[in-house]
Design a protein around this ligand. Sequence first.
Ligand code: NAD
Ligand code: MG
Length: 400
Amino acid sequence: STFHRPQQVCVLGSTGSIGTSTLDVIARHPDRYRVFALSAMSRVDELAAQCLQHQPRFAVLPDAKLAAQLRATLREAGSRTEVLDGMAALSEVAAHPEVDAVMAAIVGAAGLPPAMAAARAGKRLLLANKEAIVLGGALFMHTVEQGGATLLPVDSEHSAIFQCLPEDRSTWSQRIDHIVLTASGGPFRQRDPASLADVTPEQACAHPNWVMGRKISVDSATMMNKALEVIEARWLFNLKPEQIKVLIHPQSIVHSMVVCRDHSVLAQLGTPDMRVPIAYALAFPERVESGAGLLDLLKTPSLAFEEADADRFPGLHLSWQALRAAEGSTAVLNAANEEAVAAFLDRQLRFDHICRINRDALEAVMPQAGEVDSVDGLLALDARARRHARQRIAALAAAV
Ligand code: NAD
Ligand code: MG
């Protein structure tokens, strides 16, 4: 190993699906990584157990009451972890001078401020939180560059693309003709689109290949997850909208592909296990054991690829529409989708109306001059899009 001391890692959203997988990889390499801070929104008992196992300097809970509860539990157990509360504390730990790497694994736009703080402070930024880059857009990428941060994708498709590219980013635009993001198609790939009106949250969250948080599971079922990933790829790899293609690949073995100028195609393969992209982001440019199983191609059913049908997946195409519209439109799309998914999970909105809410917001909420130039401006735009979406959701509910 080239490290003189273990890297200090801050795991934001440590009780989630990505957070727990990250702690699993970290625990395999105590010589390389130490947990500096953990954070969660709720699930105090789980966060307490993580604190006792990993003994971080800090634990953050935005809610003061829950933080007090965690403080009491940890004190009783003799832990020396200091508990902080408030959203600002997330940004403080992410930018702390002793931190080397930040895993951004909070779900939704709430993760933008701490991710920006890590970018500004020049950290290694391991980005799972795709909503943050979709909302932050050019400002986010500019902040990464200005801060001297190293942005490492954790989303499996983007990690695949990243693994197929050379380390020297200045060569990327010269070599890429286009990229192909693969999509499993989610649980409803073979269902008649007309039969999706009464899908329940439980059905939508039962993904065939991946176990994930509820929000991204619903996004996978609507294909809004792939839409967000198209936008994420635009920023991560500095691509034009027409350079990003999507193919359905139900087995989730080929995680994505780069088609080069000479039409050589590079792909990254593996079992569907998020610990691979997490381990790569942690160790880059080195490779470390991840815990993932070996891919046995002899036992793998043949790999299939299908077109992503626009009638079946109406949400997917909103990504290219948003990328070609006024800057900031991608933030509107993300905000409307977060509201629509929350309403669906709360049984206030029909599954097949999620896309309708998203399309309506994209067409009705116009980004204003200057809104995309600051985090506050982006958050104001995000709030306007959410208000619009909530009004439309209420109107649809009233019409039933
Ligand atoms: P999850 O719901 O399992 O976990 C989310 C974590 O964030 C939890 O620790 C939760 O306590 C915390 N959190 C939620 N809302 C918060 C808020 N408002 N403020 C602070 N903390 C908050 O979600 P997940 O599946 O782990 O996904 C996390 C992110 O990673 C998402 O952006 C998702 O799109 C992305 N991602 C996930 C996967 C996957 O396999 N799960 C794959 C690729 C990308
Ligand atoms: Mg993905």
